[in-house]
Design a protein around this ligand. Structure first.
Ligand code: 6PG
Length: 244
């Protein structure tokens, strides 16, 4: 389902409300809410809204467990760090227990970080199906999501939950959750805003390129749902719309 919002602010508000609603539902249903957070710039405002009233007081933070969908292999205080962005926009301002916040290690070899994070996730899910209650994802203008880049070997990964990878031309390494793990989610929400995403959004939603060239098209939860929350600028080239 695609929902179109007039601008980035209303998109962010809708995403923050959806986060709060899913957290309340998951904690009531099974005592916790496992969330996979997106990096990049688009979700920043959503996180800021969650850190302010009324949503801050609505989210059952004591039952929320936060994970990241990917990370750049940089120090925690590096401006490129996804964990740093979330810490400044959200974590420094809400009462989520520190033991329930699980950033991907950035200041070590990405292969070691991937192994450590996979072990952490396997402990967290303790033999049960690794089913995130909510996954937030962004969309790159080349069709990537998390750090699942076009035509990269990690797209073929079927066993591992977390892998080291690299973006072509980038000197730093990256760590990403894999397609099979993300596709176990209950709800995946893509947040896409801005005129520069209009072309890729139409390609991903309305054309049918090879999914390996547009990895966001590989995100199809087996028993879950995908929702696209987009602003009008990003949606301007869509032919089939159900605006909001
Ligand atoms: C990252 C993100 C990445 C991001 C897209 C969109 O680490 O960069 O995981 O997948 O979501 O590149 O980024 P923007 O929201 O900044 O456009």
């Amino acid at each position: 389902m695609t929902s179109i919002y007039p601008d980035r602010e209303t998109l962010s508000r809708a995403a923050a409300n959806l986060f709060a609603e899913r957290a309340v539902r998951a904690v009531a249903d099974h005592g916790r809410c496992a969330v996979l957070l997106a990096g990049g710039e688009t979700p920043r405002r959503t996180y800021e809204l969650l850190a302010g009233e009324p949503l801050r007081g609505q989210v059952p933070w004591g039952g929320v467990h936060l994970f990241w969908g990917d990370e750049r292999s940089v120090a925690p205080d590096d401006p490129r760090s996804n964990a740093r962005m979330v810490r400044r926009a959200l974590l420094d301002r809400v009462p989520v227990p520190a033991g329930q916040v699980h950033p991907i290690p950035g200041d070590c070899d990405p292969r070691q970080a991937a192994d450590e994070y996979e072990a952490l996730l396997r402990r967290f899910f303790a033999g049960a199906v690794p089913r995130f209650d909510l996954v937030l994802l962004g969309l790159g203008d080349d069709g990537h999501t998390a750090s699942l880049f076009p035509d990269s070997p990690v797209l073929e990964e079927r066993e591992r939950w977390v892998s080291a990878t690299r973006r072509g031309g980038e000197e730093i390494g990256r760590v990403t959750l894999t397609v099979p793990l993300i596709n176990r989610a209950d709800l995946v929400v893509f947040l896409v805003a801005g005129d520069d995403k209009a072309t890729i959004l139409r390609e991903v939603l309305e054309e049918h390129p090879d999914p390996r060239s547009r990895p966001a098209r590989m995100i199809r939860p087996e028993q879950g749902e995908v929702r696209w929350l987009v602003d009008a600028s990003a949606a301007r080239l869509l032919r089939r719309t159900n605006g909001h």
